[in-house]
Design a protein around this ligand. Structure first.
Ligand code: PHE
Length: 455
């Protein structure tokens, strides 16, 4: 593609920096906050196994597809899709994938900002030492106190959103790349320390069994779609984030091994978070299915027992907040890159506008935990659950489905082969079957299973 676009000349300075940025996008609240709580609500092992299958069979090929399309188009996802469709003689409506992604991004960021706000607040709560040797009831009542106060939640949500937008407005900066280099490994170290603690907590076996014992009878009606949606959410797929980031990938980087690295990193972080949290749930007789508060109750309990726990705990929530910010930035990238391209307007104006929209929509999530807690909007879901389910479990898999179909069946082979660098014929066929058949059919079957009664 040779047409010029404002994004045309920007490149990650190396493949490794791209891996860091993509991992920064993938690793976030999805791994540490959402994965354990959704697994807890959906039967543990039954959910985890299906989730892992979705990551490998659907997520990995779609991530390759997104990065390949992004690098081929070298523009925002909306423009990339329009350009590639036009050059292959296909309908220009394929750019709908980009639009859906922008909508999904706004919806996800709206609640992401609220939850990340909780993490920000906990940096200080832990540092205050209030949880030293505290029992479950103290930790729970602190968390419930936060949920009961919309004003406090809005305060922290606002801080997080302002921080995110400030970074976005200044452009994906060198500083951020440097920071990811430090924070990511630190987050790993922290998880390993915590794993050591939960191994000796007395609940490890039970936690392990909960996560890995697969029983068919635990697979409920919602398990499939929740696991599929989680795979998309945690890998930042189906909404153009990886396509937007892919547009900055240097031509010589190999997509296959890059994707393998990102997927492995992301999965290891999620599984470790689960292995830290579930044992603590069982030793402390907490409810595995308690929902979004799971991390904010179990982690402080652990830190309360550890030497220097207040400092460690504070650093832990700092790292979680940082992981959240690198993901939040990536949630805005499809929309921002398009708006900048289209209107040639300043990144500042566009970023502030988008940020405000997400913040405003996020108020619905804030109220879902207090004044609107009993307000069920549709399907028995409150505002937060509805926004989360529509974006994570419907828009992302649907986007992924279309991306997989587009790259395998609508683009000329030379274009795709040039990007994903597969020379041997059997491997090409395998790639085509997995991306063009297995991945989309899996999404379709899960959709039918969920939305069509008696399927
Ligand atoms: N992957 C991020 C997380 O796990 C969330 C995200 C979803 C980011 C979609 C970008 C796009 O927290």
């Amino acid at each position: 593609m040779s047409e010029s676009s404002p994004n045309n000349d920007i490149r990650w300075s190396s493949r490794w920096l791209f891996v860091l940025a993509a991992a920064g996008s993938a690793v976030g609240l999805g791994n540490i906050w959402k994965f354990p709580y959704v697994a807890g609500e959906n039967g543990g092992g039954a959910f985890v196994l299906i989730y892992l299958v979705c990551v490998g069979l659907v997520g990995a090929p779609i991530m390759m597809a997104e990065i390949a399309l992004g690098r081929e188009g070298r523009s925002s996802p909306i423009t990339t899709m329009a350009k590639l469709a036009a050059s292959a003689g296909r309908n220009s409506q394929w750019s709908i994938i980009g639009w859906m992604g922008v909508i999904a991004g706004v919806m996800i960021l709206s609640f992401y900002g609220v939850i990340a706000g909780w993490a920000l607040k906990y940096i200080g709560v832990l540092a205050s030492g209030e949880f030293e040797n505290a029992g479950a009831s103290v930790v729970e009542s602190t968390f419930n106190g936060l949920l009961a106060s919309p004003v406090e939640m809005i305060f922290w949500q606002t801080i997080f959103m302002v921080g995110t937008i400030w970074i976005v407005a200044r452009g994906v900066s060198q500083g951020l790349e440097k920071a990811i280099r430090w924070f990511m490994p630190l987050l790993f170290v922290m998880l390993i320390v915590l794993l050591g603690y939960s191994l000796r907590s007395g609940g490890f076996e039970q936690g392990w069994q909960f996560m890995f014992d697969f029983k068919w009878e635990d697979v409920g009606p919602g398990t499939w779609i929740m696991a599929l949606g989680q795979a998309f959410f945690t890998l930042s797929l189906g909404m153009g984030t990886m396509m937007a980031y892919g547009s900055y990938v240097p031509s010589e980087a190999r997509i296959g091994s890059t994707v393998a690295t990102i997927v492995a990193l992301d999965t290891v972080v999620a599984i470790s978070a689960g292995l830290v949290i579930f044992p603590l749930v069982f030793v402390n007789n907490l409810d595995v299915a308690q929902g979004p508060g799971l991390m904010f109750v179990t982690m402080p309990l652990a830190f309360g027992q550890l030497p220097f726990g207040s400092i460690f705990g504070s650093v832990f929530f700092l790292l979680v907040s940082f992981a959240a910010i690198t993901s939040a930035i990536s949630l805005t990238e499809p929309a921002i890159s398009y708006l900048v391209e289209k209107y040639n307007s300043s990144r500042w104006r566009v970023a502030v506008g988008l940020g405000f929209l997400c913040w405003l929509l996020g108020l619905g999530t804030v109220f879902s935990f207090n004044i609107w807690a009993d307000l069920k909007l549709a399907f028995g879901l409150n505002f937060f659950d509805l926004v989360d389910q529509i974006s994570s479990n419907i828009l992302l898999p649907l986007g992924g489905l279309l991306i997989a179909i587009f790259i395998t069946w609508k683009l000329p082979r030379e274009t795709v082969a040039g990007q994903i660098e597969i020379e041997s014929e059997p491997i090409w066929s395998l790639w085509k079957v997995v991306t063009g058949v297995v991945a989309p059919v899996s999404v379709l079957v899960v959709f039918l299973n969920t939305f069509v009664p008696f399927f």
